[in-house]
Design a protein around this ligand. Structure first.
Ligand SMILES: Nc1ncnc2c1ncn2[C@@H]1O[C@H](COP(=O)(O)OP(=O)(O)OP(=O)(O)O)[C@@H](O)[C@H]1O
Ligand SMILES: [Mg+2]
Length: 262
């Protein structure tokens, strides 16, 4: 479990995260949702240590990550895999070399073991034929899968994905979502995903944290989210015209149910 306790973070005079407390549940798919600019990426970067918080604590289990030095954080960092927005693959390296890179940097494996691990991870994301291709030669969805395979190569305990669906069509988005969810269950990973895609919330979200203007506005399960009475959350999840109609129909049904019940 990752615990966020009264996190504050700003840049100069601008406060981006005001006072965020939330929990990322162990072995689950945790989704951080919210409009553009609500602070999702900054929060994620604080969690992995790319940004330092101004106040508050981030705890990995009972370890206080915030209070640790870089050296003390190293074992936790090695358990973190990250899929960056836009995949962030190395353009001059083949798919295989992209996956080799973290193994060369952070493992003591022999070449044969490394190759085996690269193959395993590429097989797992259904990319058997892409080993020798360069990122420019593959589609956006395939790039995401390479990014996921690279995040998995060191066998992480925690997987962070910043907008894994950005730039993908709805069908490919669903394939990527399902893949991340399956991997979370299969390898018992604690996964944290930033998204503003409501399809992801309903398909794969076990635990949801809703961010609004740098505050945690709501936190709960995907079952509870549809019935939440939080106005701001409702405005976010029922943002499209179609869903607004659905919301009105739902309210109508609910008031009918009440009348019939009384
Ligand atoms: N390095 C930085 N320096 C100054 N301000 C920053 C920095 N990084 C982010 N911000 C500001 O923090 C706020 C939150 O940004 P963040 O990228 O976390 O939003 P987000 O919720 O991830 O949005 P999106 O859905 O568009 O990715 C924004 O107003 C942004 O301008
Ligand atoms: Mg972002």
């Amino acid at each position: 479990m990752i615990e966020l306790i009264h996190i504050k973070k700003g840049f100069g005079d601008k406060v981006v995260l005001h006072d965020v407390s939330a929990v990322m549940e162990a072995g689950k798919t945790n989704l951080i949702i919210g409009s553009s600019g609500s602070g999702k990426t900054v929060l994620m970067k604080c969690m992995v240590g790319l940004f330092e918080v101004d106040e508050g604590q981030i705890k990995y289990g009972d370890q206080n990550f915030t209070a640790m030095s870089d050296v003390e954080r190293k074992p936790i960092r090695q358990e973190i895999g990250m899929l960056f927005q836009g995949s962030a693959l190395f353009d001059s390296m083949t798919v295989e070399q992209n996956l080799m890179f973290p193994l060369d940097m952070f493992s003591n494996m022999r070449l044969r073991e490394k190759k085996k691990r690269v193959n395993e991870c590429l097989d797992r994301v259904n990319l058997k034929e892409a080993h020798k291709k360069f990122p420019s030669e593959i589609s956006g969805g395939m790039k995401k899968r390479v990014g996921i395979a690279r995040a998995l190569v060191l066998n992480p305990k925690y997987l962070f994905c910043d907008e894994p669906n950005s730039g993908l069509d709805p069908q490919t988005s669903m394939v990527i979502d399902k893949l991340i969810h399956e991997l979370t269950v299969e390898y018992e990973i604690t996964t944290i995903i930033n998204t503003h895609d409501m399809n992801s919330v309903m398909e794969i979200g076990d635990h949801i944290v809703y961010m609004y203007q740098g505050n945690k506005q709501w936190e709960g399960s995907s079952k509870d989210i549809v019935f939440s009475k939080d106005e701001k959350l409702n405005d976010f999840i029922f943002a499209s015209e179609f869903l607004k109609d659905a919301k009105e129909m739902r309210q109508l049904e609910m008031s009918r149910g009440k009348q019939e019940g009384s």
